[in-house]
Design a protein around this ligand. Structure first.
Ligand code: AMP
Ligand code: MG
Length: 489
């Protein structure tokens, strides 16, 4: 029996024509499969037999299309490192269509690296192998940790070369799934077109993402508040995991609240709030501890686009937006405090305890991820002696003193088993560490996908320690430390 192909529709094309361009992917020479995500296909309601089929290979490499409306590239602008770049848009991505997943949620199916579009500017519309595999791996690891994120359905080699920095690299195409690809930058672009265009994009966004809440008399204020709330939660979650996005431009912030764009991102090894990895972020604008503030900066750009539709009087609209934006700070802080409390097994926030621990971790350059796993091993009800590689965190006197205080709080508040359960849900042991990812990508360039597959398997269950993957849980040795990450477009 031939597998049935997914049914794609396009609601995005109801928006004004200026918001997109109809353009098909450019076929490639000799596509072949690198990675397929069957569990995700299942969640999306895609026939299990379809993803490995020849038709899927053709469609997901841009060599054939499914019956339907045809593909589009979407238009957007954005503030990149604080400066507006008026015309961006999908320069190397094609939205093939939307499908309904098994929860009845409409999701975008997008190819990335699939050829030029009217928004390509000087770019070739393609992507090298490294960034595609990197995005696949990190986005899936984030999803497994429960972080809202775009997903990766497939990574295909194009069988063609792309030219980067004067050298040839194998090309690849990612199939990305997102609740939508509507960005803060999409709103900035709509605002450049005029009030009517923003209103239509805002109405579309409300009905696609925020239809469950009754917006009342002020739908666009509601939209701002809803987007803000999602970003406050998302960034708090990144911070709690030591995740540094690296390129929080407004075109890389989705209004649906999913993480997008895994270019130069990284998880920090030793705790340092000033950590920057991205090679292009020379001023440290997007460093770890700037992320919550940058989130707010981006939301101010978002609010500005909504002002003309938010109230009859501009001053009234500004007041409403201002109040909403002030709430962001508080929502973020609450969300962060709650997540950090959970990492310590506590039912409610304890800011002093957290900041004292972080001060020790910073002074002693303790590994961010494994310090919390180490704390799990200190609970007496512990069945988690082997919940991390042995002997990685050596407790200093300062940490031992802090630990005593923390244990006293845990026992005062109740049950150690409960604390341990909470900690086990909030402290991953397997993250895609920079040095492991780097080694896996280097191997993939030599046609060896085994390290990528190992890392995928370990990070698919980030909270469950399995000793056979011990090397993937270990912090880097001095000579393995990766100081810089590259955007690698
Ligand atoms: P990013 O850094 O991936 O957020 O991309 C920023 C902008 O550059 C987006 O508009 C991309 O579509 C565009 N872009 C990045 N790489 C390429 C490429 N190789 N060809 C065409 N456009 C690109
Ligand atoms: Mg981007």
């Amino acid at each position: 029996m031939t597998p049935s192909a997914p049914q794609l529709a396009l609601s995005f094309t109801k928006l004004p024509d200026i918001m997109y361009s109809r353009v098909e992917p450019t076929p490639v020479q000799q596509p072949h499969v690198l990675l397929l995500n069957q569990p995700l296909a299942l969640q999306l309601g895609i026939d299990e037999a379809w993803l490995p089929s020849d038709q899927a290979l053709q469609v997901l490499s841009g060599c054939a299309s499914l019956a339907g409306e045809g593909a589009v590239a979407t238009a957007y602008t954005g503030h990149q490192f604080g400066h507006q770049n008026p015309r961006l848009g999908d320069g190397r991505a094609h939205l093939l269509g939307e499908l309904m997943d098994t929860d009845g949620q409409r999701v975008d199916v997008q190819l990335k690296g699939s050829g030029q579009t009217p928004y390509s500017r000087q770019g070739d519309g393609r992507s090298p192998l490294g960034p595609v595999l990197r995005e696949y791996l990190v986005s899936e690891a984030m999803a497994a940790m429960g972080v809202p994120t775009t997903r990766s359905l497939a990574a295909l080699a194009s069988g063609e070369y792309v030219w980067r920095d004067g050298g040839a690299e194998p090309g690849a195409i990612l199939t990305r799934i997102a609740n939508s690809h509507i960005r803060v930058g999409s709103f900035e672009y709509a605002a450049m077109q005029g009030v009517e265009c923003v209103r239509q994009l805002a109405d579309y966004t409300l009905s696609r993402h925020f239809s469950e809440a009754k917006p009342g008399a002020l739908p666009y204020l509601h939209l701002l508040q809803a987007v803000m709330a999602k970003q406050a939660q998302l960034i708090a979650q990144w911070m709690s995991l030591g995740f540094i996005h690296g390129v929080m431009n407004t075109d890389n912030m989705l209004v649906c609240g999913q993480t997008i764009d895994y270019g130069p991102c990284a998880f920090m090894d030793g705790y340092d709030p000033r950590q920057v990895y991205s090679f292009i972020d020379r001023q440290g604008r997007y460093r770890y501890d700037n992320q919550p503030g940058i989130g707010q900066w981006n939301l101010v750009r978002f609010a500005e686009t909504l002002l003309p539709i938010m109230g009859d009087e501009r001053s009234e609209a500004i007041n409403l937006a201002q109040q909403a934006l002030n709430d962001y700070q508080q929502q973020y802080e609450q969300a962060y405090a709650q997540r950090m409390a959970a990492k310590l097994g506590l039912p409610s926030a304890d800011a002093d305890l957290v900041s004292e621990l972080l001060t020790i971790m910073q002074a002693e350059q303790l590994d961010y991820t494994l310090t919390f796993r180490y704390l799990m091993t200190q609970l007496s009800s512990n069945q988690t002696e082997h919940s991390m590689p042995q002997g990685v965190v050596q407790a200093s006197d300062a940490l031992l003193v802090w630990q005593k205080k923390w244990l006293a709080v845990v026992s005062k508040l109740g049950d150690e088993t409960q604390a341990l359960n909470l900690m086990a849900q909030h402290n991953p042991v397997f993250i895609p560490r920079n040095h492991c990812l780097d080694a896996a990508l280097k191997a993939a360039y030599k046609d060896d996908m085994s390290l990528i597959n190992e890392l995928l398997e370990a990070t698919a269950k980030p909270f469950a320690y399995r000793p056979q993957w011990q090397h993937l849980a270990m912090p880097p040795k001095t000579k393995e430390v990766i100081a810089n990450t590259f955007c690698g477009t």
